[in-house]
Design a protein around this ligand. Structure first.
Ligand SMILES: O=C(O)CCC(=O)C(=O)O
Ligand SMILES: [Fe+2]
Length: 281
């Protein structure tokens, strides 16, 4: 098991503190499972208008939906899973090396070194890549959630919204992704053929809250590890995000500013504050 990050040793002190977020008696395993709206993207050829309307509706009403016939073959998805498993199986010490696989420093992250309470500790490890091209600063993240003896009090990934414009996610069959709808958490039923799409903060600000960046989290299991990959569709750092209708709910800001503010909040408080920082009122 030399591939496992030393979660238990590192968070020994926090594990002794009383949990302060989920009431102990609430059966968090009873969270309802839910089939997200399913969009068949092959319909973009013959019924384009109808399909676009369905996408817009799912994005508006759910903020989360799944797509099939997306053009990424099962072979590509399986080899992605195979390759990520292979990399995560390498010794923890190796993954921590600055020049690991020629990746830039700090590409490999685990837990949360700024956490002051267990609710801020994600029991997961991830490789972050930034795929910059001339017009965007897209991000790609390969994630592994080790079995967690302290679930559900300790999260695989703490509740958050994505800072992206749009996120595309591929998860394995273990399950554990949950999102919030009408004040309640729902489990997303894994579907091997589907990619999950969710609206990010930038889309929410740009659409002046027509589309919502929905809070989501990952609840790990006690005995099975889980893998996922996430692609964050983002603009260039200088891109200005401005609400497209009036009266605007948010101040105008650049994506770079948004990222800086988010990072600062995580540094200072252990968690992301997000779009509410940029509200006009
Ligand atoms: O692993 C998952 O299912 C979710 C990942 C996620 O929400 C994120 O990386 O922002
Ligand atoms: Fe996310």
């Amino acid at each position: 098991m030399d591939h496992e990050p030393p979660f238990q040793e590192t968070y020994e002190n926090l594990l002794h503190l009383p949990y302060d977020h989920e009431p102990k008696d609430e059966n968090v395993f009873m969270v309802e499972e839910c089939d997200l709206p399913m969009i068949d993207l092959s319909r973009l050829d013959l019924e384009r208008g109808k399909c676009i309307k369905e996408i817009a509706r799912a994005a508006r009403e759910w903020g989360f939906f799944q797509v099939v016939n997306h053009g990424v073959s099962q072979e590509v998805l399986s080899s992605l899973k195979y390759e990520q498993t292979k990399v995560f199986r390498l010794p923890f010490k190796k993954k921590m090396e600055d020049d690991f696989l020629n990746l830039s420093a700090k590409s490999y992250r685990w837990g949360n070194s700024k956490a002051t309470s267990l609710k801020q500790v994600p029991w997961s490890e991830a490789f972050h890549f930034s795929i910059s091209d001339i017009s965007r600063m897209n991000g790609y993240k390969s994630l592994r959630y080790p079995p967690c003896p302290f679930t559900p009090e300790v999260f695989g990934l703490v509740p958050h919204t994505d800072s992206s414009f749009l996120t595309i996610l591929y998860q394995d069959q273990v399950g554990g992704l949950q999102f919030m709808k009408d004040g309640k958490w729902f489990r997303v039923k894994p579907n091997p053929e589907a990619l999950i799409v969710n609206i990010g903060d930038l889309f929410q600000a740009l659409s002046n809250d027509v589309f919502k960046s929905i809070k989501h989290k990952v609840v790990s299991t006690r005995d099975v590890e889980r893998f996922s990959v996430a692609y964050f569709y983002c603009p260039f750092a200088e891109a200005v995000i401005q609400s497209c209708t009036k009266p605007a709910l948010y101040k105008q800001f650049s994506f770079g500013e948004y990222q800086q503010q988010t990072q600062k909040d995580v540094q200072d408080t252990g968690c992301k504050v997000g779009l509410s920082r940029f509200l006009l009122l």
